[in-house]
Design a protein around this ligand. Structure first.
Ligand code: HEC
Length: 168
C-alpha cells in the first residue's frame, strides 16, 4: 500500500511538472510552433525546431557568439553575487544589449533569420538593455528583485529562440 501511494504521488508530480512546463511556454506567449518544445527530456520526443540555413562561416561565428552569451550570463551572475550591480549592468549592455549589435555583426546575420527568430534576437537585446537599467538602479534603491526579474527576461529570450530554431 505504501509503495503504491509513493508511485501515485510520484506520478501526480510528474504530471504536474509536465503541465507546469506547458503552461510556462504558453504564458510566454510565443508563436504556436514553439509551444511544448522545451520538452527534449523524454528521448522519444522528436526535434521540432526549425532548421535555419546560415552560410558555414556564419554558423561558426554565431556559435562563438552564443558561447560568449553564456559566459556573459555567468559573469553577470557573479557580479551580482559580489554586490557589483553596475558591473553586471555594463556587461549586459555591452555584450548582450542594444550596444552589442555591432559587436555581433547582427545586421549581417539577421538577413538569414526568419522573422520569428529576428524577433527573439531583438527581444533578447532589448531585455538586456532593460536589465542594464535595473542593475544601475540597484545602486540607488538597494532593491535587487527588479534586476533579477529583468535578468530572467533576458534568459527567457535565450530559451525561446533555442526552443524554436536550430542551425544544424
Ligand atoms: C535569436 C535566437 C537566439 C537567441 C536569442 C539566443 N540563441 Fe543561443 N543559439 C541559437 C541557435 C539557433 C543555436 C544553435 C542550436 C543548434 O543548431 O542546435 C544556439 C546555440 C547556443 C549555444 C551552444 C553553442 C555551442 O558552441 O554549441 C549556447 C551556449 C547558447 N546558444 C547560449 C545562448 C544564451 C546564453 C543566450 C541568451 C543570452 C542565447 N543563446 C540566445 C539561437 C539563439
Amino acid at each position: 500500500m505504501r509503495t503504491f501511494l509513493l508511485f501515485a504521488v510520484a506520478g501526480a508530480l510528474a504530471l504536474w511538472a509536465d503541465v507546469a512546463v506547458a503552461q510556462h511556454h504558453e504564458h510566454q506567449g510565443q508563436s504556436g510552433e514553439m509551444d511544448h518544445m522545451g520538452h527534449v527530456d523524454q528521448g522519444a520526443s522528436k526535434d521540432t525546431r526549425q532548421l535555419v540555413k546560415f552560410p558555414r562561416e556564419l554558423i561558426e561565428h554565431t556559435m562563438a557568439n552564443m558561447r560568449d552569451h553564456l559566459l556573459t550570463l555567468q559573469q553577470i551572475n557573479e557580479a551580482l553575487a559580489a554586490g557589483e550591480p553596475e558591473k553586471a549592468g555594463k556587461l549586459a549592455e555591452q555584450r548582450l544589449g542594444m550596444s552589442s549589435l555591432g559587436l555581433h555583426g547582427a545586421a549581417e546575420v539577421a538577413k538569414y533569420m526568419p522573422p520569428g527568430m529576428q524577433d527573439a534576437g531583438t527581444s533578447m537585446h532589448k531585455a538586456a538593455s532593460r536589465f542594464a537599467i535595473q542593475a544601475q538602479n540597484v545602486a540607488v534603491t538597494g532593491e535587487m528583485k527588479p534586476a533579477v526579474g529583468a535578468l530572467s527576461e533576458v534568459m527567457s529570450a535565450c530559451v525561446g529562440c533555442h526552443a524554436g530554431y536550430r542551425l544544424r
